[in-house]
Design a protein around this ligand. Structure first.
Ligand SMILES: [Zn+2]
Length: 338
């Protein structure tokens, strides 16, 4: 795995974000993707590899939309790759297992109450998992929750990051801690720039606004923020992203950039800078302490919306459901064009 920690690199945005950015890598790897919107703002990438017949999904916010997408495509679900135990990531596990009894549910080895429903294969970093023809690398990326795993397909390359790394942001720190989260993001930051990153939520516009507060003079960020707005105006998904874009514009991967350190109050330690940024974006008082874990529909999505309203001028379409057929059509058009 190449270390490409080139933080000052100028990122070309001409390839765009969303499926357009990912299509070259995905097509080369023989993968088809249906990005299934679920619940309010979850994305559920449904990924099919025709050569091996493998069809896998990152998390299952709810069964209905995933099942409908599978039927429409004529795909048989072979693997559920769960990132963590929050209900908007595992809520459809058992229903999908009932519909597709051959499916293998892969999830992090349980820690305390962080249990994956119906899990067939409990895994941790260092374990080897085969998903059809693909050997997966497992990355421990706890912090949002203690037990959180990301799946890395080195041959694509592609990473399924759940609620650890978002497009231009990262997940809130709940049952894990800030140092753990920073270490997890540092691990993801070491993946190649061209890594296609699927995260679980459409929070990009709000994340872009925060990123611009941190680094107002970052030209790559300015360009990307404008692109995000254009895409959301057109109801296009900004997920997936390419890791190179994140390294250049995501403040939660840029703790060692002087402008970010300055914005964080002149701190320089990686964990200190990250913690300051994370608390700046979400006051720590919003974090529950000493409570039993709750699903992130309550703890994540609602506060995300609440923060939006606190910002006052967030457009009403930010959390609108994306247009599936439009996104799919855009992907197919792009795939056919290559
Ligand atoms: Zn979560």
């Amino acid at each position: 795995m190449a270390l490409q920690n080139n933080m000052q690199r100028t990122v070309e945005l001409s390839e765009g974000m969303g499926m357009a950015a990912a299509s070259t890598s995905l097509t080369r790897a023989g993968l088809e993707v249906e990005l299934v919107p679920c619940l309010g703002d979850n994305y559920c990438p449904l990924i099919h590899h025709a050569a091996s017949g493998a069809t896998f999904v990152m998390d299952t916010p709810e069964a209905g939309p995933i099942e409908r997408a599978l039927r429409k495509r004529g795909w048989t679900l072979t693997h559920i790759l769960n990132t963590h135990y929050h209900s908007d990531h595992v809520g459809g596990n058992l229903e999908l297992k009932a519909e597709f009894p051959q499916v293998t549910i892969v999830g992090h080895r349980s820690i305390g109450k962080e249990i994956i429903p119906g899990v067939d294969r409990e895994v941790a970093e260092g374990d080897e998992v085969l998903c059809g023809a693909w050997g997966l690398a497992l990355l421990e990326v706890g912090g949002h929750t203690v037990a959180h795993i990301a799946y890395f397909f080195e041959e694509v390359p592609m990473a399924l990051t759940g609620d650890a790394l978002f497009t231009m942001g990262c997940g809130r720190v709940f049952t894990g801690n800030f140092a753990q989260m920073q270490a997890s993001l540092n691990k993801l930051r070491q993946l190649p720039d061209e890594t296609v990153v699927f995260c679980s939520h459409e929070y990009t516009l709000a994340n872009a606004k925060f990123a611009a507060e941190v680094e107002p003079e970052n030209s790559a960020l300015k360009a990307r923020k404008a692109e995000v707005r254009t895409m959301r105006d057109a109801s296009l998904a900004t997920v997936p992203t390419l890791l190179g874009y994140e390294k250049a514009t995501n403040p939660f991967l840029r703790w060692d950039v002087p402008a970010v350190q300055e914005a964080a109050g002149g701190l320089s330690g990686a964990v200190d800078v990250f913690t300051a940024l994370r608390k700046w974006k979400e006051p720590v008082s919003a974090k529950p302490s000493g409570q039993a874990p709750k699903p992130c529909r309550t703890l994540v999505s609602d506060p995300e919306r609440k923060r939006g309203s606190e910002r006052g001028n967030e457009p009403p379409w930010l959390h609108r459901r994306v247009n599936v057929s439009r996104d799919t059509k855009a992907l197919l058009t792009h795939l056919v064009a290559i």
